[in-house]
Each structure stands twice: as C-alpha cells, then as structure tokens.
Write a protein that binds this ligand. Structure first.
Ligand code: DC
Length: 212
C-alpha cells in the first residue's frame, strides 16, 4: 500500500505520515528533508548562478539514508529548501529516489508537496492536509521553543506565508490536491485526533478499493 501525504509547511503532515507509517508498519520518507539537504548544500550561494549548479549536483549525489531531521529542521533550511525546490533539475534528480522508495515491496508512506500529483499519482490513498496559517505558525513556534530557541511569532508567520506562496506558485511543483485526494483540516485537531481521522480515511479508502 502506498500512502501519499501532502500539505503546506507546518500542517502536521510529517507527524501524521510518521504516525500512519507506524500504524500500518510501512517505511516512511519525509521528502521535505531531501529538499532541505539540497538547500543546505547550496547555502551561501543564493542570488548567484552557482546556487542552481550546486543544488542540482547535491540532488544528484544525495544519499537518502544520510538525512538528519534535527539538523535539517530549522527555519533557514526550510527557506533554502523552498528556493531549491523551484529548480527543475533538482526536482528531476530527486524524482527517481522518491519513486524507488515508494515502489519498494510492501509499500510506503511519503509526505511532501507533490506526492499525490507527481511522485505517486498511482498511490492507493492520498491525503491532503490543510490547517489555518496562524495555527501552523503556533505549532512551529512551540516546536522551536521546545528546543530552547526564542521565536518572533510575527516574523515566523510572515516566513510561513512567504514559503506557502513560493511553494504554491512553483511552476514545477505540483503542489495542489490531486483530484482523488482526501482533504483533512487539522486546524482544530490535536495530533491524536488528526491521526485517528487519517487512519479512518485510509481504512475507508482501502475497504472501498477491496470491494471493486
Ligand atoms: O515539508 P518541508 O517544510 O520540510 O519542505 C521544505 C520545502 O521543500 C518546502 O517549502 C517545499 C519543498 N518541497 C517540495 O517542493 N516538494 C516536496 N515533495 C517536499 C518539499
């Protein structure tokens, strides 16, 4: 079974995808980490032609087994990731890696922006997670505060809106709900309630599939 989980920054899609993977005993790939690692490799070259060259080279050489979420989940890498994500050569280089992960025996859970539209248009179940931008900002703020970092909420909110706009308008992005995606709004849900809702969607979709 392949489960695709897409959604905007800080929508809870990563936590949900990890929860679904544990529930169904499937391997999980957070595809945002791939873009973050590529962004990190091109850091310091923004605004120069080298930014693109370095990003494409890093995407071609990326080792998906060597991604450290703690190190890569910072505001700076999120921003860099969405900048390298608009480079067609980067998306192309990361395509096979994601596709191979999805097609491993037994299936997988992948989360990102374009899993249901571009990477796995054939996924068994597609979830598109949405949440109000203020709620997303607050979740991200608490995540950083839990690590002992100080957070300027207004700046964080602007950064989330800016990243949403760049991701939505990415001409190579595929960041929109697939026509067969199930929308899940997590604004009012805590993680347990969101996971229960996601499991109900997956179980329902698989039961309908089994009937046909
Ligand atoms: O999910 P995230 O916030 O870690 O993703 C970081 C950036 O990477 C995001 O702003 C856009 C890009 N991204 C993408 O374009 N396609 C994906 N499948 C995953 C992430």
């Amino acid at each position: 079974m392949i489960i695709a989980v897409d959604g905007p920054a800080a929508s809870g899609k990563g936590t949900l995808a990890a929860g679904l993977a544990a529930h169904y005993r499937l391997p999980h790939l957070d595809t945002g980490l791939l873009y973050r690692a590529v962004g990190r490799a091109a850091q310091g070259h923004e605004g120069t032609p080298e930014f693109e060259t370095r990003a494409i080279a890093a995407a071609q050489q990326l080792d998906a087994g060597d991604l450290d979420p703690e190190f890569l989940t910072t505001r700076r890498t999120g921003d860099l990731a969405s900048k390298v994500a608009v480079i067609a050569g980067v998306r192309q280089a990361l395509f096979d890696l994601q596709r191979d992960f999805a097609l491993q025996a037994g299936g997988a859970v992948l989360d990102g922006r374009d899993i249901g539209t571009k990477i796995c248009p054939d996924a068994d179940v597609k979830l598109f997670i949405v949440a109000d931008a203020k709620a997303r900002m607050e979740r991200r703020a608490r995540q950083f505060e839990a690590r002992g970092q100080r957070v300027d909420r207004d700046a964080l909110y602007s950064q989330i809106e800016e990243r949403d706009a760049r991701d939505r308008n990415n001409p190579h992005g595929g960041f929109y709900p697939a026509s067969d995606a199930h929308l899940l709004d997590t604004t009012q849900l805590d993680i347990e309630a969101a996971l229960r809702a996601a499991v109900a969607i997956v179980d329902g979709a698989m039961a309908r599939k089994a009937k046909h």
